[in-house]
Write a protein that binds this ligand. Sequence first.
Ligand SMILES: Cc1ncc(COP(=O)(O)O)c(C=O)c1O
Length: 351
Amino acid sequence: MVPLIDLSRRLISNSDSFHAVVQGILTSGNVLLAQQTEMFEESFASFAGARYGVAVSSGGSALQLSLAALGIGEGDEVIVPAMTAVPTASAVCAVGARPVIVDINDETAAIDFDQVESAMTERTRAVIVVHLYGRPVANIERLMNLGVKVVEDCAQSHGATRGLTGSVGAYSFYPTKNLGGIGDGGMVVTDDPDVADRVRRLRVHGQSEQYVHIEVSQNHRMSEIEAAWLNVVLPQLVSGNERRRKIAEQYRLANASIQWQKYDANHVYHLAVARISDREAFRQQLFSRGISTGVHYPLALTQQPALQPFVTGACPVAERWASECVSLPCFPELTDDEVIEVCHALAESSQ
Ligand SMILES: Cc1ncc(COP(=O)(O)O)c(C=O)c1O
């Protein structure tokens, strides 16, 4: 089978360097918020083009703490796109605010800026922009000019954007991401020293100095082991993204009549997604040729049972994306033969 993703390839090829660093952590006795985490915060913030980086326990935590640090909470509204992973919206609920779900652009799958403008009320405090599948959302300045905070959900877009346009960026290092950990992890990046300080405090129970807590929060720490792994694999991110881009471009060329997410030179293809009207037949066709596929995501936010209290109407564009999207194998460790196999299957598909 050509796998949709096979993490063991990356894990095995980095195991020697990782073991050496883990040995250093064990010898030092420092397992939380120590040298590895600081090193990773500095190097990833610099990679992302931001002044500050605060490592946290997951991408969901990064979103939640970003919103909290921007002062968003009870009674506020935060606009989110209808096509994204659920954590984009649940982070809004976690700070006590209300997610307002708007539709996406049909070609790019990015949040539809016109719909953002129509959804604004006097309670709107922020918009979360998601660089979905690794395709960077353009013209974020337009949202900044509306006088709201913009949180960039960069969970799928490491390297697609350099430098922040929004107020803050939230990254996930979930193992399958372009920069994937060996467990969970995330980071808030920002150019604002006050936001960075507040996130740093919020990740340790709101503690400002030892045993003094000036606001209520929980534990959102990243472990040293996780940071050590991320330090090992960060230098491979640029070449990994380049490889993903080449693979996705081969797929597009193999069958240009398939409806692909709109091209962008800076797309980092966390996922290479095709839109197929008879999705099940297509997936079955590929499966019978030994090719695994996935669906990200089968439901738009408006269709998620848990989010029904926040749904005010359908989002037809996102819902169509959810019914048609198919993710193809696209990760740096795919072999050339595997890529060719997928290309042949795409070329022969009836789409
Ligand atoms: C767009 C998006 N936002 C947020 C998250 C949440 O990240 P994590 O799983 O690290 O909490 C994910 C990953 O699942 C994601 O894909």
